[in-house]
Design a protein around this ligand. Sequence first.
Ligand SMILES: Cc1ncc(COP(=O)(O)O)c(C=O)c1O
Length: 396
Amino acid sequence: MKNKNKIFSYPLHPDDYSREDINSGIKVLKSGQLTMSKKTRYFEKYFAKKIGTKYCLMVNSGSSANLLALFCAVNPLRKNHLKKGDECLVPAVCWSTSLWPIIQAGLKPKLLDVNINTFSLDLSTIKKNITKKTKAIMIINVLGNCAELDKIRSFADKKKILLIEDNCESLGSIYKKKNLGTFGDFSSFSFYFSHQITAGEGGMIACKSEKDFKILKSLRAHGWDREINKRNMNKFNFINQGFNLRPLEVSAAIATSQLKRLDKMMKIRSYNRNKILKNLRGFDNWNNQFDFFEPQKNLKPSWFGLPLLVKKKYIYKKKKFLNFLKKNKVETRPIISGNFANQPAIKLLKIKIRSRNLINSQEIDDRGFFIGLPTKKLSKENINRLSKLLLKIDSI
Ligand SMILES: Cc1ncc(COP(=O)(O)O)c(C=O)c1O
């Protein structure tokens, strides 16, 4: 980036592995202990301490964490477990594997509209949409931001509704002095490439009770009890149904090394975000072409990317604009996956949608996209180049 002649490119996410990250992975490879073992257990404890919770279990992806949350919720070993056909509220701006596990576990998803500022569910929307059948809420903390989670938590407690917090995009954010990912009865995290920390692939599931923790352990590995009852380590004792969602030891080692750098990476992402916004707003032709994603009140955000909403008058040329950015080496992507109600799989699975109610979700789909927010400081020159390209929305 120091070389002025270097061709400009602004990827969604540049490679993000430090020498320490790579070396800790190599050390594991050389040790021969590739399957889940001590490094994974160490990482689980370190992670739990870092976010201020007690029970954390590493899995091979954020999707697997959501899958385990839902399968634990319906598991017969769980007291008051959810039943087939119970309803689970879920925001329409969601990731596929925030939604699929609800269906895979036999529950009925109800897609709700999101708040236009936080891209997440509002308590008022939840209140308007619960019925006697509503037994769970899947809340998603989008790109480092969140809803009023304390109020949603209290409401869920009052109504005895299970709260699942998909925190795959928001590791490190702190709301009212509590880490995101500590509000749900279950919370998921992703360490996929481009997330706040990455191990290439990987995920974590956090829960609130020891009982759930034990169920999750059995579900993670075949339904076995060997992780629960160490004396049964060599017995082939199956106490539950299950999957094999175990992580690799290498992923745990790399993720541990990344987690050590999380605070530093968060600071740089914030720095880059502030610089880009300030730079854009400083141009003579800045004309509020975009709305920015502002953090929820009382939130210390851990940013992921930089979401932008084009002004309504530009919706008709958003596609052309994104192509223009692509040609000029600025990578973009939708906000999560836009309004999920528009996805072909919704029809395939015959999921009932009330599109008329998904006004904000559709607006985010129509107006929104996001660009990356690197974990290395951007140069002044590159911020300028990026801003100039973004401001071309007026003239293309
Ligand atoms: C909100 C949300 N949930 C779940 C996931 C799934 O995580 P993974 O890619 O680790 O399976 C993602 C992926 O980025 C996500 O954005």
